[in-house]
Design a protein around this ligand. Structure first.
Ligand code: AMP
Ligand code: MG
Length: 484
C-alpha cells in the first residue's frame, strides 16, 4: 500500500531494547474507518482514494510489510509524583515513514490493546475520546499550533468499560516524534548514562539535525535550550487561544514541542483565569493560568534527567531560557491579538488589565478578540454586547481606541491582520459533544463538517456562523474526565 515515494524506516528500534517491547496489536471486531484525513495522507505520500483499505491496520488485525509494532517505555511525573511504571499502555508505534518532502512520520496506533505497560488498563480507547483527540489535533493544526496529527480513526463494536459501557475505537496518530520528556526520565533514572546518551543523540540526529555537528557539550546545551524554548513558546500559544491541556504530566510533554496526548482538554468559552478543564484535577494543578509555570516545572524534570551528561551550569542556563522565551512569545501573541504593531511600555499593563476585565465580567474569550478584529467594519456592538455592564466595555474601548492612535497600520489593514490571529472558530466543548452524540448513532457527517470548519478557523465562512456561537446552557459546564 505505501507509495514508491515513501521510505519505510524504524529508527526507534535503534535505541537500546530497554526503550520498547515488541507487541502485536489485539484486533478489534468489525472495525471500520470512519474518518480519514486525505490531505494529510497525501502530504505523507499515501494515496487516499480508498480509506476502507486501512480498516485492517486500524483495527489491529493486519500489519503491512515493514511494520514492526512496539510499545515505547517511558516514565514520568504525574501530578507532581514520579511514576516509574509508565509506557505505551494502549498504543503501538507501528513504523516510521519518510514522505516525498523528506519529513519523518511516526505511526502510532492508539487503542491497540494491552502491552507490558498497561498496568490496570485494558489497552483500549473509547470512541468518545478518540473523536476528541482527532478533532483537537486537527483544530490545533488549523490554528497553526504545533501538534500531533490524526491520520484516520476506526470505530468498532467491542464494548469497553468506563463509567458506563462504551465502544472501542482506534486513532492512527502521526507526528515527527512520539518521544516524551518521560523517555529521558526513564533513561536517566533506570538505564544509566549510556542509554541516556543514545536517546539524546537519537533525538538530535533525527529532529535537531542542525545541531548534530557541534562539539558534544555545545550540542547538548544548544539542544536543551531549544527544547526549553519550544516548550515555552508552545504554552504561550496555548494561552493566546485559550487552550487548556488538562493533563500536563511530563509523560505527555513532547520532546519536539508539540501539543501531545489530548485528554480532558478544553478551549475557554467565558474567560476564567483559573479554569480547570479536568474534573479529576481537584487541586487545579493544570488550571489555565498555571500552564506556563507547569511547562517550566516539566522542563526542570527534563533538566534533572540531563545532569548525568551535561554540566550543571549549562542545564541551569538552559532552564533560564524558559521565562525569556515564554514572555517574549506571549507578549508578541497578545500584541498581535490586539492589533498593536508598535511597542510601547504600557502594552503589558493594557494586556493584563484586559485579562482582569475578561475574567471579572465572564466575557467569551474568542468572541471578544474576534469582535475587536472587526471594530472598523462592524462597530462596537459585537464587543459591547458581550458585557452585562456596557459601561465597562465603553471605558475599555475608549482606552483601547486611544492606544490605537499610536499605530501606523490602521483600519481595515490592521483588522485584516487581527483576523488572521484571532480565530472565529474554535473547538468548543459543546461542539465536540454534539458530534460525539451523532457519531454514536453512526453518523459521522457532523464530525466531517466540523473538521472542515476548524481547518480554516480565521476565515469568515458564511453559512457556518452557528459553529462560532458560544455554548448553549447545556454545553457550558460539561464534565470532562481523564477516563478515555
Ligand atoms: P495519560 O495520562 O492518559 O496520557 O495516560 C497515562 C498512562 O496510562 C500512559 O502510560 C497510558 O499509556 C496509560 N493508559 C491510559 N489509558 C489506558 C488504558 N485504557 N489501558 C492501558 N493503559 C492506559
Ligand atoms: Mg499520555
Amino acid at each position: 500500500m505505501p507509495e514508491t515515494s515513501v521510505k519505510i524506516e524504524h529508527r526507534y528500534l535503534e535505541l537500546p531494547d530497554s526503550f520498547y517491547s515488541r507487541v502485536k496489536p489485539t484486533p478489534l471486531k468489525d472495525g471500520r474507518v470512519v474518518c480519514f484525513n486525505a490531505p494529510l495522507a497525501e502530504d505523507m505520500g499515501f494515496r487516499a482514494e480508498k480509506p476502507e483499505d486501512w480498516a485492517g491496520v486500524g483495527s489491529g488485525a493486519e500489519l503491512l510489510e515493514g511494520m514492526d509494532p512496539v510499545a515505547m517505555k517511558y516514565t514520568g511525573h504525574q501530578f507532581g509524583v514520579y511514576n516509574p511504571e509508565l509506557g505505551d499502555g494502549r498504543g503501538l508505534l507501528l513504523w516510521e515513514t519518510l514522505g516525498p518532502d523528506g519529513r519523518r512520520w511516526d505511526w502510532h496506533l492508539k487503542g491497540a490493546g494491552m502491552t507490558p505497560y498497561s498496568r490496570f488498563g485494558d489497552g483500549r480507547a473509547v470512541l468518545r475520546s478518540t473523536i476528541r483527540e482527532y478533532l483537537c489535533s486537527e483544530a490545533m493544526a488549523g490554528l497553526g499550533i504545533p501538534t500531533t496529527r490524526a491520520l484516520f480513526m476506526v470505530s468498532a463494536k467491542d464494548p469497553v468499560r468506563r463509567e458506563s459501557i462504551e465502544t472501542a475505537a482506534t486513532l492512527l496518530r502521526v507526528t515527527q516524534s512520539h518521544i516524551r520528556f518521560g523517555h529521558f526520565e526513564f533513561a536517566a533514572r533506570h538505564q544509566g548514562e549510556e542509554a541516556l546518551r543514545a536517546l539524546l543523540e537519537h533525538v538530535i540526529n533525527l529532529h535537531f539535525p542542525h545541531l548534530a555537528e557541534l562539539p558534544e557539550q555545545e550540542r547538548y546545551r544548544r539542544w536543551y535550550e531549544e527544547t526549553v524554548e519550544r516548550t515555552a513558546r508552545l504554552i504561550a500559544d496555548w494561552q493566546a487561544v485559550g487552550f487548556c491541556h488538562g493533563v500536563m504530566n511530563s509523560d505527555n510533554m513532547s520532546i519536539i514541542g508539540e501539543t501531545f496526548d489530548y485528554g480532558p482538554y478544553a478551549f475557554l468559552d467565558d474567560f476564567d483565569a483559573g479554569y480547570i478543564c479536568n474534573h479529576t484535577d481537584q487541586g487545579g494543578r493544570y488550571a489555565y493560568n498555571r500552564q506556563p509555570n507547569i511547562g517550566f516545572v516539566n522542563c526542570q524534570y527534563l533538566a534533572n534527567s540531563l545532569l548525568p551528561v551535561m554540566e550543571e551550569d549549562d542545564v541551569r542556563r538552559g532552564l533560564r531560557c524558559y521565562e525569556t522565551a515564554y514572555n517574549q512569545r506571549f507578549l508578541g501573541n497578545m500584541r498581535r491579538k490586539l492589533g498593536l504593531t508598535r511597542e510601547t511600555d504600557d502594552d503589558l499593563t493594557l494586556i493584563m488589565d484586559t485579562f482582569s476585565m475578561l475574567h471579572e465580567h465572564h466575557i467569551d474569550y474568542t468572541l471578544f478578540f474576534r469582535g475587536l478584529s472587526n471594530l472598523h467594519s462592524q462597530g462596537n456592538a459585537p464587543v459591547r454586547n458581550l458585557f452585562v455592564d456596557r459601561s465597562v466595555a465603553d471605558a475599555w474601548l475608549e482606552r483601547y481606541q486611544s492606544r490605537l492612535q499610536q499605530e501606523e497600520i490602521v483600519g481595515d489593514e490592521r483588522e485584516r491582520q487581527m483576523r488572521a490571529t484571532n480565530p472565529k472558530y474554535i473547538l468548543r466543548n459543546y461542539l465536540a459533544q454534539q458530534v460525539i452524540l451523532e457519531a454514536r448513532n453512526g453518523d459521522y457527517q457532523p464530525m466531517e463538517r466540523l473538521l472542515e470548519v476548524l481547518k480554516r478557523p480565521f476565515d469568515e465562512q458564511p453559512g457556518n456562523e452557528a459553529f462560532a456561537a458560544p455554548p448553549p446552557d447545556w454545553g457550558k459546564h460539561l464534565n470532562i474526565s481523564c477516563s478515555s
